[in-house]
Design a protein around this ligand. Structure first.
Ligand SMILES: [Mg+2]
Length: 239
């Protein structure tokens, strides 16, 4: 199970240009074709924004929008139902973003609104952060939305699903003798690390170490590639 941004692909100011690190596609394509490892992407992004960047063949199963969307390998796509009150909250946050002239920094996806500031000066980031945190904290209290920070922004999410939910669902579908790992970089990946604790390996993929529930720490791309290659050799049916 793999997060995408910051894990398989380096961050880019223009998120639509964030393609995998060189070497990632070739190893994952081998794993996908070998069919002995179930490869699942679990991302905060909307699946429709993620798919054009991947270059994986065949396409793996993808969970998008922090667990709210599931796209299976047979092409079936499910979006879970959202709480009405939370949706009203998201609409209000969206209006606020428009009013403040921040619409071009805003990412819309099922059950989530994200404000991005990657590439801005520290001063501008502080300005946006202080405005947004005040308004969105109030909104979260009023409507039950969850407010969380991620690497490069802030987001409001409908509660009830997260990456941990996706990991628990996948693990429950696999046999008890399966060997599982989850690789991720961000704060939202901590739910996934907690979900896999004791059942598989949680791996923090990041240039700098931080406090985490993961079991291992790898720096990308070299150690990430080495890990994927070793997995392919030992568990990928790798000929
Ligand atoms: Mg990430």
């Amino acid at each position: 199970m793999l997060d995408y941004d910051g894990t398989l692909a380096p961050f880019r100011v223009q998120a639509e240009k964030a393609v995998p690190y060189p070497g990632v596609r070739s190893i994952l394509n081998k794993l996908l074709k070998g069919q002995r490892t179930r490869v699942v992407l679990i991302s905060g992004r909307w699946t429709k924004d993620l798919i054009p960047l991947l270059g994986f063949d065949p396409l793996p199963e993808i969970w998008g929008s922090h667990g709210w969307e599931r796209l299976r390998t047979d092409g079936t796509h499910q979006i879970a139902e959202f709480d009405e009150r939370a949706l009203i909250g998201l609409a209000e946050a969206d209006r606020w973003v428009e009013e403040k002239g921040l619409a071009d920094r805003c990412e819309h996806k099922p059950g989530c609104l994200a404000l991005h500031w990657r590439g801005l000066t520290q001063e501008k980031i502080r300005g946006i952060h202080s405005k947004a945190i005040t308004k969105w904290t109030l909104l979260a209290k009023k409507t039950g939305l969850m407010l969380s920070e991620f690497d490069g922004g802030l987001e409001l999410r409908v509660p009830g699903r997260n990456k941990g939910y996706a990991v628990k669902t996948i693990l429950a579908e696999m046999g008890n003798d399966s060997v599982a790992a989850y690789l991720g970089d961000d704060i939202t990946d901590e739910d996934a690390f907690k979900a896999i604790k004791g059942k598989g390996l949680g791996i923090l993929v990041r240039d700098e170490y931080r406090s985490t529930a993961a079991d291992l720490w790898l720096t990308p791309p070299e150690e990430l590639l080495e890990f994927l290659l070793r997995w392919h050799k030992t568990r990928g049916g790798g000929r």
